[in-house]
Design a protein around this ligand. Structure first.
Ligand SMILES: Cc1cc2nc3c(=O)[nH]c(=O)nc-3n(C[C@H](O)[C@H](O)[C@H](O)COP(=O)(O)OP(=O)(O)OC[C@H]3O[C@@H](n4cnc5c(N)ncnc54)[C@H](O)[C@@H]3O)c2cc1C
Length: 541
């Protein structure tokens, strides 16, 4: 298939300016310039995209409208018609979600001698984590330190991050790299020192991101999955949690799962529950395509909120600057940030580079939107999508023939299937919804405001403030998956569960009614609906 003639013309223009651009250095923006760009072009700043939450702990706060819709829907579970004393399984710790955070939490929890079960919506390991391309951050290179990692992360989040969480992230990340290496994760290595070779990506002041080619998440999940399978950890797959169970004292005491095969409910009683359900990309915030896997539908946020857990930063979404815009079959799929850090430039229809590629993601995404919408300098595809070029052939020109195929073999093959040679031709990209910056608020051990309920990974919020730096999500999920797992595993010895109840659901439904919200919607979503006309949403730009 390859590029149609209409797009080829623009590739010619790009090629004509390549030699000039090779030596061009666009300076980083100053704080005022950044803020102005964000205000004018970042999708978070568009009018009408946030709504007030009218019920629950965060009443009065604003969040993205698509999430508020779910918070205003009713539970799948009718609290009157389900018997919570009909218990299917009793464990010390129930981990909800089987991506990086869930598997890590389960392993560290079981290390403490706890009897652990994992309930997951799809199969063990189906997640955003398995799709991670770029890598995981840790201050391990000469000249780096946890203090510098802390400062970069705070700066990247515009100093809105929760400091004690950032502290934990920066201090524990090197340990997590060591743990993963000891389990067998084959990080790309420095040939001289034989240590993992960290690379520099946007917003970091030191090389810090450790990768396994462009399939870091796949390598990690394969190993963690095998580790879980070796242990006595019960796995309930195709069994999403649809609500939490509290005990009569308001402490978390388990969850109601839905068996997707039989569509029946199962009650799991647990002394501690760890929510590790990941992100919200499949809600397609503002109609953006997404980089996320099919299960990323905000379920953990919804069930935690109904039980009384506090959320934070839910008006802040990360749009990754380089989601694929052509061909349509790859819409939204990620082209890793590491390509930019190795020299791939962003180029518009006139062949001009317009932003320093190592700015933070919020800034680069906004610059891409400005180029397409504000300055009308995008490239249009046959189906009407627009985007800008990522000039990936520069990587081989700078680092030597074969670098792209060696370092980005996964992405290379993905484009090859559609007749595009990622090492010789640029690829068309546009921001895609990538990450929820916020989530369930926790302390530095992953504990929420509900006793015995934890959250870790992308479902938790606060460590990244209003903008996450590349590579910091994987660090986050290992650091806090580990901390939550250890704490839950340790504490469950002393926990005594009272009578199980779903009283909180009744109260929540009454509160909705009290403010006049009555609709036929149920949440969590569980799986996105792409049937019929929904299969061809008109993605917004
Ligand atoms: C394509 C892509 C590339 C990325 N690359 C990087 C990178 O290089 N570096 C980086 O730092 N970050 C990266 N990120 C972000 C990072 O991968 C994610 O933020 C992170 O993996 C989230 O981990 P998690 O364990 O919290 O959630 P996930 O890995 O998404 O796992 C969530 C799990 O919960 C399950 N689940 C959902 N709802 C329910 C429910 N109701 N009941 C039970 N289970 C449920 C899901 O099925 C899944 O198993 C990338 C993200 C994507 C999408």
């Amino acid at each position: 298939m390859g590029y149609p003639e209409s797009m080829r013309q623009s590739i010619k223009t790009l090629e004509e300016t390549r030699e000039f651009r090779l030596n061009q250095k666009i300076p980083l923006l100053n704080l005022d310039e950044k803020n102005q760009l964000l205000r004018e072009f970042h999708p978070d700043y568009r009018p009408g995209v946030h709504r007030e939450i009218l019920v629950g702990v965060n009443k009065g706060d604003n969040a993205v409208g698509e999430l508020v819709d779910l918070l205003e829907a009713s539970s799948h579970v009718d609290p009157e018609s389900i018997d919570v004393n009909d218990i299917f399984l009793t464990v010390d710790a129930l981990v909800i979600g089987a991506g990086g955070a869930g598997l890590t939490a389960a392993l560290f929890c079981s290390d403490q001698g706890a009897n652990v079960a994992i309930a997951t919506k799809l199969r063990l390991g189906d997640s955003n984590t398995i799709m991670a391309e770029g890598g995981i951050n840790a201050a391990i290179s000469p000249g780096d330190s946890p203090t510098i990692h802390y400062l970069d992360t705070m700066g990247g989040g515009n100093f809105t991050n929760i400091p004690e969480l950032v502290r934990a992230l920066a201090i524990d990340s090197p340990f997590c790299i060591k743990w993963l290496e000891d389990l067998g994760v084959p990080f790309d290595r420095d040939p001289d020192s034989d240590l993992p070779l960290p690379l520099l990506v946007g917003g970091h002041s030191r090389p810090r991101v450790c990768s396994v080619g462009d399939f870091t998440g796949m390598s990690i999940i394969q190993i963690l999955r095998a580790e879980v399978e070796k242990r006595d950890i019960r796995v309930l797959d195709f069994s999403p949690a649809v609500d939490l169970i509290l005990d009569e004292n308001g402490k978390c005491a388990g969850a109601v799962l839905m068996d997707l095969l039989t569509e029946t409910y199962q009650v799991v009683q647990a002394k501690t529950v760890i929510i590790a359900t990941g992100g919200i990309g499949r809600l397609h915030i503002q109609g953006f395509p997404t980089t996320n896997h099919y299960g990323a539908t905000a379920d953990g946020l919804v069930i935690a909120y109904r039980a009384g857990a506090r959320l934070g930063y839910m008006d802040s979404i990360q749009f990754h600057p380089t989601g694929t815009a052509y061909p349509d079959q790859l819409l939204g799929l990620l082209v890793t940030e590491v390509c930019r850090s190795r020299g791939a430039q962003l180029v518009d229809v006139s062949g001009e580079q317009y932003i320093n590629e190592l700015e933070t993601r919020d800034v680069v995404a906004s610059a891409n939107v400005r180029q397409v919408i504000g300055r009308k300098k995008g490239i249009t595809t046959p189906s009407g999508m627009q985007g800008v070029w990522l000039d990936t052939p520069l990587i081989d020109i700078i680092h030597g023939e074969g670098t792209v195929r060696r370092s980005y073999s996964h992405i290379y093959l993905r484009f090859k299937r559609y007749g595009i040679n990622f090492s010789k031709e640029p690829v068309l990209i546009y921001p895609a919804e990538h990450y929820q910056n916020g989530g369930i608020i926790t302390d530095d051990m992953g504990r929420t405001n509900i006793p015995n309920l934890y959250a870790a990974g992308e479902a938790a919020g606060g460590v990244h403030g209003r903008n996450r730096l590349g590579g910091n999500s994987l660090s986050d999920l290992f650091v806090f998956g580990r901390r939550a797992g250890m704490d839950a595993g340790n504490r469950c010895r002393d926990i005594h569960i009272g009578k199980l109840t779903l009283k909180h659901l009744k109260q929540y439904h009454q509160e909705l009614k009290g403010v006049g919200i009555e609709n036929n919607l149920t949440s969590p979503v569980l799986l996105p609906d792409y049937r019929f006309e929904k299969a061809f949403p008109k993605f917004q730009q």
